[in-house]
Write a new protein. Structure first.
Length: 223
């Protein structure tokens, strides 16, 4: 890790620390193909963050997620009652960490101060981290809600140096989302892409400084 010369690590939350696919468990209650329903919900959720950022029409991530759920239900021809909508939304408050995360984070936190930098609201992030038992490992929980715009806006990434009291290049930003990797690298972070699926790099660049397939590989890489 000395060659990267970083002094702190900031993590994306959804799809990186916790598995958004786990929300599909809640979707089984309402959709015959829960995985497809969940994938559409997640895709529309991200699309709405991009659109709202570009249009300057910010609403927080909880509201965006509700709107994406409404679209997805219509797309699948489903009529959801209030209780079903509530249970589906609350699944975002009880995410499932990837299997190796719980053991890897203490090893990373022993060497570097850790932060979460996410589009999620503070309520969503705090609830998810506390429910999963991961909250003690993070010194900072930073949300895009503070600047009323979403990643990959530089305004969001700029929150991390401010909170962590480090220069951009001194922060290793870790994400599994390729758009987030591109945005963070363009901003000036040192960047690690957790590429769990073996996806190709986006041709528009820039490339991350480090590519791993899991938190276990990340621990080895920074040791």
């Amino acid at each position: 890790m000395a060659t990267l010369r970083v002094k702190g690590i900031a993590f994306d939350m959804y799809g990186t620390v916790v598995d958004v696919g786990a929300v599909a468990e809640a979707c089984k209650e309402v959709a015959p193909d829960a995985a497809a329903f969940n994938a559409q919900w997640r895709a529309k959720q991200l699309e709405y963050t991009f659109l709202r950022s570009l249009m300057g029409k910010y609403q927080d991530f909880w509201k965006v997620s509700e709107q994406a759920l409404q679209f997805t239900a219509q797309r699948f021809g489903l009529e959801l009652n209030a209780e079903q909508r509530r249970r589906l939304m609350e699944a975002w408050l009880r995410p499932t960490p990837y299997p190796e995360v719980a053991a890897a984070l203490p090893r990373l936190a022993a060497r570097y101060p850790l932060a979460v930098l996410s589009n999620g609201t503070r309520k969503m992030l705090q609830a998810g981290l506390e429910q999963s038992g991961l909250r003690p490992h993070f010194r900072w929980v930073i949300t895009a809600d503070q600047v009323k715009v979403y990643k990959p806006s530089p305004k969001v990434y700029g929150l991390a140096p401010r909170h962590m009291k480090l220069k951009k290049r001194q922060i290793l930003f870790v994400s599994s989302n390729s758009f987030d990797v591109l945005g963070a690298k363009s901003f000036g972070f040192t960047v690690c892409w957790i590429n769990r699926t073996g996806a190709p790099s986006d041709p528009i660049g820039p490339l991350p400084d480090l590519v791993v397939s899991s938190f276990d590989e990340l621990v080895v890489a920074v040791s």
